[in-house]
Write a protein that binds this ligand. Structure first.
Ligand code: Q9C
Ligand code: ZN
Length: 339
């Protein structure tokens, strides 16, 4: 399978507020470096991305947000005694309809929903490259490949049209889906198998019927992103019925997970989608430090074979997965099942 990847991700190496302490992020450069090694060892062909179309980016994200993300570090670094990571400390909360502040610190709060990630000197080049990887992976499928893999880092599925959080800044899967939509695929489906709910992808397509969004994830009553991801969220207006959430409890094994996959695959089939984007998080793994599901390495091969059974051209986009010792073999196991 053709893999799109780049080393530029290494420039994004940031801190997160975790358990009341500022710590180096679980979402570090080692993740993508290990996946890169594993996919090369498995014999996949690795290519570099093409330049990202700015207009495609601003059809997924607001121009205001893209401008903010691309300049936030420079603006932060001009401040006296600037820390090495830009972070907000206040967010609009319940009952507030926020006006976008002029001040950078206010804008950091306006444009984020969590403090588990921050903006460092290399964040924008890395997140922009991840977006380029997603678009290029979609281009491979548009050109006739049955499947492609975008080794995106940082991940993207938590990023909304104008907010970062959950280690995500640009929504790589949404960029891939939008690219497919604009190049011959009238109906696209996004299947999110990351341990966490794909709130950003849900939000971006929530009022659209041309992109079905389906997410299998830990119940938000117990897990990040906590405030979104419930089964009752089904889409709005034109998008009513075009979002499907399948929340599962802690301790879910592959048997339980597959029951949700059956429902997801049936809905994708019913949608008449002609192309599929998979948001591949391997934080469903039994030894993942952030997740509480119990999937094993061979389960990823079975999962991919079942998804491949849809017979749809498929763009796989990397999301989470934090068990770095096993992340390479878990991703390779998935790609082997799809091939
Ligand atoms: N120290 C993805 O898997 N932060 N994002 C947890 C734990 C939320 C996960 C903090 C997890 C975000 C793409
Ligand atoms: Zn995740």
């Amino acid at each position: 399978m053709q893999v799109v990847a780049s080393d530029i991700h290494r420039r994004h190496d940031n801190v997160e507020l975790s358990g009341g302490r500022l710590a180096s992020s679980s979402e570090g450069p080692i993740r993508a470096d290990i996946i890169d090694q594993a996919v090369r060892a498995a014999g996949h062909q690795v290519i570099s991305p093409s330049a990202l179309d700015h207009d495609l980016l601003t059809r997924v994200h607001t121009a205001e947000y893209v401008d903010f993300l691309s300049t936030a570090w420079e603006r932060w670094n001009q401040r006296p005694n600037a820390a090495p990571a830009a972070m907000p400390f206040a967010w609009p909360s319940r009952g507030i309809d926020p006006v976008r502040p002029h001040d950078l610190v206010g804008q950091l709060g306006y444009h984020s929903f969590a403090a588990d990630c921050s903006i460092v000197a290399g964040t924008w080049p890395a997140v922009h490259e991840a977006g380029a990887i997603a678009a290029s992976a979609a281009d491979l499928v548009i050109a006739g490949s049955l499947a492609s893999y975008g080794l995106c880092r940082p991940p993207g599925h938590h990023a909304t049209a104008d907010q970062f959080g959950g280690y995500c800044y640009l929504n790589n899967a949404a960029i891939a889906a939008q690219r497919l939509r604009e190049n011959g695929h009238e109906q696209v489906a996004v299947l999110d198998v990351d341990y966490h709910h794909g709130n950003g992808t849900q939000s971006i397509f929530y009022e659209r019927s041309d992109v079905l969004t389906v997410s299998i994830h830990a119940d938000p009553i117990d897990e990040f992103p906590w405030f979104v991801g419930h089964a009752s969220e089904r889409g709005l207006d034109d998008g009513a019925g075009w979002n499907v959430n399948l929340p599962l409890t802690a301790g879910t094994t592959f048997a339980g997970w597959c029951a949700a996959l059956d429902v997801a695959l049936q809905r994708v089939t019913d949608s008449s989608a002609t192309a599929l984007v998979v948001s591949l998080g391997v934080d469903t793994y039994i030894d993942d430090p952030l997740g509480k599901f119990e999937l094993t390495t061979p389960d990823y091969t079975t999962m991919a074979a079942r998804i491949g059974g849809l017979g749809l051209p498929t763009v796989v986009i990397q999301e989470g997965g934090y068990a770095v010792d096993d992340i390479g073999r878990n991703v390779a196991a998935f790609l082997a099942g799809l091939a």
